[in-house]
Design a protein around this ligand. Structure first.
Ligand SMILES: C[S@@+](CC[C@H](N)C(=O)[O-])C[C@H]1O[C@@H](n2cnc3c(N)ncnc32)[C@H](O)[C@@H]1O
Length: 176
């Protein structure tokens, strides 16, 4: 027991340091999408057997593991952090998930096959990612964002995640 506590307390600061280093590399903090948001999102946005879903900056795959329950054709998560990708792949093996996790800068990944893209990023990175999406993806591709708005774009839908809170996070759905 003492050893377990010792290990946890020595690994925790290392993990926090890792997150800080990741932030300086990605310019986006690692925060996972809350699992409870996923059914709210997919009540409004339909996943079909033809959906090819990408999460650009997928962290440890929290959003994607929930999305897989809606049985899309294919799911791809792209993430810079080796630690998070390693964890996601391990979890995928353990629960027999078919999600593909790619450890790469998503700006260098071909996303033209995507029919649906999920983004939980910060404003400057979101705007840059939208430019890439517009360039590479087919018209009709659905883009779901948590958090910031994409400037100058009209959303198809806006979902307030906690309607009783005026400062609630929002999901926005766009179409290329
Ligand atoms: C706010 S987290 C979202 C995690 C996940 N999408 C979710 O909703 O649970 C953003 C993630 O994007 C990753 N990221 C940011 N820029 C990236 C890039 N250019 N290529 C790959 N991953 C990136 C960060 O490392 C971080 O893990």
């Amino acid at each position: 027991m003492k050893l377990a506590i010792y290990i946890i307390f020595s690994l925790l600061p290392l993990y926090l340091l890792y997150l800080v280093a990741l932030y300086f590399r990605a310019h986006v903090p690692f925060i996972a999408t809350a699992r409870r948001y996923v059914p709210i999102i997919f009540k409004e946005v339909q996943i079909t057997s033809q959906t090819v879903l990408f999460d650009l900056g997928c962290g440890k795959g929290d959003f994607l593991f929930e999305a897989e329950k809606y049985r899309p054709k294919e799911i791809i998560g792209v993430e810079l952090s080796p630690l998070h990708v390693w964890y996601a792949r391990l979890k995928a093996k353990f629960i027999k998930s078919k999600i593909t996790f790619v450890r790469q800068d998503f700006f260098t990944v071909n996303i033209s096959r995507a029919t649906m893209i999920y983004l939980f990023l910060v404003k400057p990175v979101l705007d840059k990612t939208w430019v890439k999406i517009r360039k590479e993806c087919e018209p009709g591709t659905i883009v779901i964002t948590l958090g910031d708005k994409i400037d100058g774009e009209k959303e198809l839908k806006e979902i307030v995640l906690n309607p009783s809170n005026p400062k609630s996070s929002r999901i926005r759905v766009y179409q290329v």
